[in-house]
Design a binder for this molecule. Sequence first.
Ligand code: PGA
Length: 249
Amino acid sequence: MRKPYLAGNWKMNLDRASSLALAGALREHVGQRNDVEVAVAPPFVYLPAVVEALEGSPIRVGSQNMCDQAKGAFTGEVSGAMLRDVGATFAILGHSERRHVYGEPDALVNAKVHHALEVGLDVILCVGETIEEREAGETEKVVRRHLTEGLAGVDGLSKITIAYEPVWAIGTGLNATPEQAGEVHTYLRGVLEGLFGERAAETTRIQYGGSVKPGNIAELMAVDGVDGALVGGASLEAESFAGIVDFDK
Ligand code: PGA
């Protein structure tokens, strides 16, 4: 049984006060619920304050990105060890904005995955096709490459969650239909099975991401193989993220 995993990616939004207000409201809403896993990924600079605000809450706090190196002359970067040091427990890696806006290739994403696992961070590895790739019939090829290269050399999946995020659905208001999500999630689980075996594939959660809202989360979660969501815009307000966390209520 895969526990539903709802994660909010705050991206480069909010400020210190609104981050803390949001964390506080979510803390209250989630209480000690343990039938779902809830997580937030604030901007780096607010991460320590959000960790503190959520102490004692089951809500997990992680980063939106991370350097692939442990330390040294990497101006502007933040290492996994630093993230662990301030209380982060996971990192989102390979997000489409990292891949497409900042040009991160699969090999770099893979190096980050290795570094995260080495320092004890869990990983949400994002995969997904652009609209051009979908229209060219390359969706499966692209997500297979993201998965295979992103996870190259990784021993097992116990610390890994996959997020399927079609690039055309991110921040556009245009979510994948349940059928589209279902097709790709099934395909991804098959790829995981080929790489890591049936048990690992069956226990690994695959989130859907891209314009998830309170109004569409229930139909997406009803799809076989959709185990949660990675939420951008709708995670920035307590009420809408709460509506997503409560997808089955
Ligand atoms: P969105 O972003 O929910 O605003 O579409 C999702 C994501 O990029 O993780």
